[in-house]
Design a protein around this ligand. Sequence first.
Ligand SMILES: [Fe+2]
Length: 307
Amino acid sequence: MPLPATIFKPPFSITRMSHAVFQVGDLAASRDFYLEVLGMAISDESADTIWLRGLEEGCHHSLVLKRGAPGCQRVGFRVLMEEDLDLVAAHFSAAGLPTQWVEVPYQSRTLHTVDPVGTPLEFCVSMEVRPRLFHHVERYRGASVQRADHVQVLTPGVALALQFYMGMGFRLSEYVQPDDAPDPVFVFLQRKGNPHDVVFANRGTLQLHHIAYTVPDSAALIHTAELMVRRGEGDRVEFGPARHFSPGLARFLYIRDPDGHRIELFPSHYQTMDVEDAPVRWSPEEFRIGGWQEPPQRWLDEAMSFV
Ligand SMILES: [Fe+2]
């Protein structure tokens, strides 16, 4: 199929990928990992839940850890205004997808729904605010993650996801498509003006491959890898530090949390938002995931289930 047309002025405004909700088997072990290795700040915690934010984030949380069988419960997006939330709900309903209004702690009115490939989603307008901490250098620990940037979802329905998300005003920044393939097999979609908020990659079953956080600089990638080795967690330093010599083009490190959830760390992305920013096509031959490293097999084979 031809690439869907870009909708520059969609009828509602989704602003960005905002947060994810993970279930973790050992809340204390995860608390230690996300504080000491990722360097995140705790906004609140209860007996069963920890709400975390990066040092740059003024919103209440970009990652929620809940005690439970490991996996990802949901991916969260933000919309600009209250009326956008109702329009998003109507858009999903019109597509025959389930919608439900729910109360979620620290978030404004929240919509639960599912995209056409089955990704469990939630949308809200706002959250409680907390102080941004990026200038508090005394709080920097481990990776000192700054903010959540994107998620990658694996699905057999990449073309369907591409059509649906571009229909909501997401812009295609980059994509991979073999010459003989009718559709892209890897698509990078964005709303916030850098290469991606959500990535869909071709795989047999629906899974979450990773959530990505920004770090202050490239040295943080090496420091995080070294820290995990010193902590006896070297087996969970999965891939990198290296550079994507293909979509995104960023330096990166992939690590796994105590339950195996994959987190990508990277220092920066380029800006893409102007009207002439057209989708960039890559062939599989050009698609060198790790630049100077081949990805380990488990990076290709393993991912998180939605629970
Ligand atoms: Fe990524």
